[in-house]
Design a protein around this ligand. Structure first.
Ligand code: SAM
Length: 412
């Protein structure tokens, strides 16, 4: 096994989404890649000596592809969310010293424009209840800064992208959102009272310094990040892959669109609530806005995955003593039908003897445990994978039944 010597370097770029909240002095982060899954992915990647083509069909913030590239492999990854594709492309790209210097120079000019208010601010994004997210002062700063970045950098350049990553860090650091739970919430009034006179320009300059430090550490291997639906990976991935390492969405009703909405609105990837709900409907495991109401009408297609275990679970959830039982049973059924479509679509792009690792957790609905790992294992076996096993990795929280697994299989 290769030593995980790149861990520190990897962390710098991997942590692009981490935020330090200057108002409270606490750390928090965007919940896509908890630290432990970064560690697992790194260990799996580092455990393969020979250079391999490693595929991650659920890219998220690009951890697997970045880790693969740092360890000299070729990372190939897709995501259905265009913001995350942009984000992971920026995170995995190689940067020249000239590009890094250009980003630094652009930051100085942008902050000068902001401080002198010598630029027309952009309109605040149409995020619902935006005043809950940012104080008027923070909002004014962000609108000026967003306009300044657009003025001092060219579209689709390294400088623009790197400044926007730093902008993402700053906008979350300035926000009133708290990330102490699985999902985002807003701080209460007592916490908000901690708001003091922040040096916002200094904060952004510091965020950019952090991002540029990571950008200077170029990975040796390649990473390709593309927009794509994991139910049809062959549409995008044209060469056979030797290894799949991925952390798919869980069947836990977490909506990545909801979690990511502040970034997506500010960067123009979302235009309104309807737009957000539509995108969530295309995402596996998404349940926000219109996506939730569509689930009520949704019906399983004839070619769905036939499993006694799954039928039993759906039956129990549907008949739970709760008015949402039927819609949640539909949610779980759709989740597994989508994952089944993914596994079927994956087969043609796997090299013979390719190994797959799915880092996934189980979940519960009204006391019914959904053993996601066992259902993944059933699907892999049904498709002819061998050496299929579910390795427990860790307990997720105080609920003893919630566990994370590495579901492993080898293509026959
Ligand atoms: C658990 S996250 C991945 C976290 C990732 N390991 C990281 O480093 O951030 C799951 C991802 O799957 C993506 N996703 C959901 N449905 C998808 C689909 N049909 N095709 C491709 N990606 C999808 C979501 O947008 C989300 O980014």
């Amino acid at each position: 096994m290769r030593p995980v010597l790149e861990r520190e370097r990897l962390r710098q770029r991997a942590d692009y989404t981490y935020k330090f909240n200057a108002k409270t002095g606490r750390h928090g982060w965007l919940r896509l890649t908890p630290a432990y899954s970064l560690k697992i992915v790194e260990e799996l990647v580092a455990g393969h000596e020979q250079s391999q083509r490693i595929f991650d069909p659920f890219c998220g913030t690009g951890t697997t592809a970045l880790s693969a590239a740092y360890h000299g492999h070729e990372g190939v990854t897709t995501d259905i969310n265009p913001f995350l594709v942009w984000f992971a492309q920026t995170k995995t790209a190689r940067y020249t010293t000239k590009e890094i210097a250009a980003a630094q120079d652009a930051c100085v000019v942008a902050l000068d424009l902001v401080q002198r208010k010598a630029i027309e601010p952009v309109a605040a994004p149409p995020l619902h209840n935006i005043e809950r997210w940012w104080s008027p002062k923070s909002l004014e700063f962000l609108c000026l800064l967003r306009a300044a970045i657009a003025t001092v950098t060219e579209e689709r350049t390294a400088a623009r992208n790197l400044l926007l990553i730093a902008f993402c860090r700053s906008l979350i650091a300035l926000s009133n959102a708290a990330f102490n739970h699985q999902s985002m919430s807003f701080k209460d009034d007592a916490q908000l009272a901690l708001d003091f006179d922040l040096d916002m320009a200094g904060m952004f300059a510091e965020d950019l310094r952090f991002v540029l430090q990571g950008a200077a550490e170029n990975p040796v291997g390649k990473a390709a990040v593309a927009l794509g639906d994991s139910r049809h990976p062959a549409d995008v991935v044209k060469e056979a892959c030797d290894l799949v390492i991925t952390s798919p969405p869980y069947a836990n009703r977490m909506s990545y669109i909801r979690e990511l909405r502040p970034y997506m609105y500010w960067l123009g990837f979302l235009l309104d609530g309807r737009n957000a709900g539509e995108l969530d409907w295309t995402v596996i495991g998404g349940t926000w806005g219109i996506a939730t109401s569509r689930l009520i009408e949704w019906q399983r297609a004839d070619e769905h995955f036939k499993s006694e275990r799954l039928s039993g679970v759906l039956d129990q959830i549907a008949h739970a003593d709760n008015k949402s039982g039927v819609v949640l049973a539909n949610y779980v059924a759709k989740y597994f039908d989508d994952i089944w479509a993914h596994f079927q679509g994956l087969l043609p792009i796997l090299a013979p003897q390719a190994e797959v690792h799915y880092i996934v957790g189980n979940s519960t609905f009204y006391g019914t445990v959904v053993a996601t790992e066992l259902l993944y294992a059933e699907m892999l076996s049904a498709l002819g994978f061998h050496h299929v096993e579910c390795k427990a990795i860790r307990k997720r929280n105080s609920k003893k039944e919630l566990v994370e697994f590495d579901v492993i299989g080898k293509r026959g």
